[in-house]
Design a protein around this ligand. Structure first.
Ligand code: GUN
Length: 282
């Protein structure tokens, strides 16, 4: 039976570390402010945004909300991003995705100042990660590394298989695992013999958005299984990409959904908000 990795507890530990540091900074007269921009009222986005603001409040980070209507134009959003870039009272800028179809997401991401890009989505942040320069790191993959580290799971020299190649999770995940000296394979929807490839993994990371796709045959005995999926099953219940009931019998360690990677994404956003001070002072 696998050990369950408690993402909620590890995220709480990280938020407490951030909170302590923010408190010290406040005593020295420094505050950290995050601008949270939401366009429209997508219900899932509203939940994520609420969780992020709640975490800010807990950590002592000031969050400023910008709630724009569904009909907002690209020019209007670009103008807001520009004004936040120039505002010295704003340390981090988060534009919640997805954006309505009239807005080009890449244009918006590219308009955020790389020194305030707490999501780590700007091409400069992505490039910095890939060549080992300082910069913001996408929160979900950064959270996965913390889960592994803080659970005592060695990455160096291990076979890591990442399934999914999104810009937000799969690709930065592979870059981070490489930085930890794992041997990294990135698999995706066109990969042949996917189950066979996954069974090579000492560390299997799934990020494909398909409910309970990874059944027992994808998992090597004793592997660490980290599930980045957030899906609804046939009964509308939250579930991951991994069939947990099957996987836990085979894996050595596994994250649940909910309560695994999800809370870590928010905790790492708090870490990035704190890091924004250092990047801005550099
Ligand atoms: N939409 C889904 N995940 C994320 C995230 O991590 N950041 C932002 N800005 N939007 C998202």
């Amino acid at each position: 039976m696998a050990i369950q990795i408690d993402g909620k507890a590890i995220a709480a530990q990280i938020k407490d570390e951030v909170r302590a540091r923010i408190e010290q900074l406040r005593e020295q007269g420094t505050e950290v402010t995050l601008a949270v921009v939401q366009v429209g009222a997508d219900p899932a986005s509203s939940v994520y945004v609420r969780n992020k603001k709640k975490a800010c409040e807990y950590c002592g980070i000031i969050s400023r909300s910008y709630e724009l209507g569904e009909e907002t134009t690209q020019e209007e959003l670009l103008a807001l991003v520009q004004s936040l870039n120039e505002d010295p009272g704003i340390n981090g800028i988060l534009v919640q995705l997805p954006l309505p179809s009239q807005i080009d997401e890449d244009r918006i991401i590219g308009a955020i100042s790389p020194s305030k890009d707490v999501d780590g989505f700007h091409p400069q942040s992505v490039g910095a990660l890939s060549i080992g320069l300082p910069g913001f790191i996408s929160c979900t993959p950064a959270g996965v590394i913390q889960l592994l580290r803080r659970s005592g799971i060695e990455m160096e020299g291990k076979e890591a298989v990442v399934v999914g190649r999104s810009n937000i999770v799969g690709k930065p995940m592979a870059a981070l695992l490489l930085r930890e000296n794992a041997t990294v394979t990135v698999a995706h929807s066109r990969t042949k013999n996917l189950a066979e490839v996954c069974r090579r993994a000492d560390i299997l990371i799934t990020a494909i958005g398909k409910p309970k796709f990874f059944t027992g045959e994808y998992i090597r005995e004793g592997a660490a299984v980290i599930d980045c999926g957030i899906n609804r099953d046939e009964n509308g219940k939250l579930c991951g990409d991994v069939d947990y009931a099957e996987a836990e019998k085979i894996a050595g360690a596994i994250t649940p959904v909910p309560g695994g990677v999800g809370p870590m994404t928010v905790a790492m956003l708090m870490v990035n908000c704190l890091a924004s001070l250092e990047l801005q002072q550099a």
